[in-house]
Design a protein around this ligand. Structure first.
Ligand SMILES: C[S@@+](CC[C@H](N)C(=O)[O-])C[C@H]1O[C@@H](n2cnc3c(N)ncnc32)[C@H](O)[C@@H]1O
Length: 464
């Protein structure tokens, strides 16, 4: 279902029993003939589904950032202050949010919503109703047929998420990020929305972690959306113009693909790319086949034109690729496309949770992160949660990657940390996504999750 955020903002917050047409009226409503200049029954029902979705399957809005501070930065002017922009954006509409939460937790309202959705599906499958929508062979009839089948699909998906069973635990959510005042240009959209399907974790198989969207991805995606010039400077300033190849982005351990998809949507929003006819390239990688399959499906949902049967070039080409850090780290010989040529930007969210991860990733970056030139500074942006249970694993980052030296002593280029920030987020829908996101309590007793945000690139490290 397309995200219609403005309509959702204007919803009157009423419980389903008061807001929805009665179950008895559903058949009559569906069979209503279209009247010129009036919304047809399908759009009316779609609005009701939007309303139910806003209660029982709301979009994840931003990463709920509460504050941030630089622990290390080569740029002394970096602020060490809280992050007012994102938190204020999040506070907008809090009262409506609270009302929605009250309705959501009301068992009676929830059971009514379930009955209403089941009745809608039952009525929609009746012969006279199906015939009403499918008998017309004209172009207008085709459009109505399409709208009708999409209404059924949406109702079935909502029924699953309202009932809390979500079939086998599959859940589809929208992640919505406000671009704030940091948008790349006046033409940049006000918000960027990514629709993702998470699949259940298979507790017997640790490799299934990538089937869910983790909080770190949400925080990194928000950074990308709010500060495009930091990530896509090469496109925005035109400093890379005239180069034969497009701007290339790689994600390691992409999981459900939130970060890559947010990056693709940001690229799409940048008014002019490096080349008028060559799309920028994003390669989302992971190593576990079922995770890659889910990733491909999420890409197809957000970029239908990226499917092989539709060859229309867009401003960005996003593809998936199998990449196992351990195997790739020890790989010798030439690297094949799409992992070659090396990348202008590498991204990673929540990918350091075992002792060897940082070492493998450093070796992969050696082959995959482009060397700097006078005009370009390729960077790896990494967001990792600081989980108490994984302190040793996330600590390995700083034993594997040295910090950049503050003086400009010449030396051999290596992969060094240019900055490290701690970002503090509230525990909300975004951070609940992954199951082992362990919250801390802040001084006010609120649950928070801390993330370490590293920016890594080629430089000369600190020598002790
Ligand atoms: C905690 S999940 C994070 C997924 C996604 N980045 C997010 O934040 O939602 C870790 C990801 O790393 C991937 N991964 C783990 N070990 C890997 C390896 N050796 N090679 C490639 N990917 C790996 C997993 O499949 C999974 O998608």
């Amino acid at each position: 279902m397309p995200d219609n955020d403005s309509s959702r903002e204007n919803l009157v917050v009423q419980p389903p029993t008061a807001h929805l047409p009665s179950i008895k009226q559903l058949e009559q409503l569906l069979l209503q003939p279209a009247v010129q200049n009036q919304p047809d029954s399908l759009s009316t029902l779609r609005q009701h589904l939007e309303y139910l979705r806003s209660i029982y399957n709301p979009p994840v809005r931003g990463a709920q950032r509460r504050g941030r501070r630089f622990v290390f930065s080569v740029d002394e002017s970096q602020p060490h202050s809280p992050d007012p922009a994102s938190s204020s954006a999040f506070l907008d509409g809090v009262s409506q949010q609270t009302q929605l939460e009250i309705i959501r937790s009301d068992a009676f309202e929830q059971s009514y919503a379930l009955r209403w959705l089941s009745a809608l599906l039952r009525v929609a499958q009746k012969e006279d109703v199906t015939a009403f929508f499918t008998s017309d062979e004209s172009e207008a009839g085709d459009t109505r047929k399409h709208a009708f089948s999409s209404l059924i699909d949406t109702s079935a998906a909502l029924l699953a998420s309202c009932s809390g069973t979500s079939g086998a635990g599959v859940i589809t959510r929208d992640f919505v990020f406000s671009t704030g005042s940091q948008g790349a240009s006046q033409n940049f959209p006000d918000q960027i929305s990514v629709s993702l399907t998470d699949r259940p974790l298979d507790n017997a198989d640790f490799r299934s972690v990538g089937a869910q969207t983790w909080g770190g991805a949400c925080v990194l995606a928000e950074e990308l959306v709010q500060k495009p010039s930091i990530f896509f400077g090469g496109i925005l300033t035109g400093s890379r113009k005239g180069e034969p190849q497009p701007f290339r982005v790689l994600e390691l351990g992409a999981g459900t693909g939130l970060v890559s998809l947010a990056a693709a949507k940001v690229c799409e929003g940048i008014p002019s790319g490096l080349h008028p006819t060559v799309p920028e390239e994003i390669v989302a990688t992971d190593y576990y086949p079922p995770v890659l399959q889910n990733l491909e499906a999420n890409i197809a949902t957000n970029f239908p034109s990226s499917t092989p049967d539709n060859a229309h070039p867009t401003k960005v080409k996003i593809t998936t690729q199998a990449l196992d850090w351990e195997a790739f780290a020890s790989l010798e010989g030439t690297i094949a496309s799409p992992l070659s040529p090396p990348f202008d930007l590498v991204l990673g969210a929540d990918i350091i949770y075992e002792t060897l991860h940082a070492q493998w990733i450093r070796k992969c970056l050696h082959k995959l992160l482009r060397q700097p030139t006078e005009e370009t500074n390729p960077r790896f942006h990494l967001m990792i949660p600081l989980r108490p249970s994984f302190a040793a694993e996330s600590g390995t980052m700083e034993s594997v990657f040295p910090f950049v030296g503050r003086d400009s002593t010449p030396g051999e280029l290596e992969l060094v940390i240019f900055s490290k920030e701690i970002i503090i987020c509230g525990v909300g829908a975004s951070t609940q996504a992954g199951s082992s996101q362990v919250p801390f309590e802040d001084a006010d007793g609120d649950d928070i999750v801390r993330y370490a945000y590293y920016v890594i690139g080629w430089g000369v490290g600190t020598r002790v």
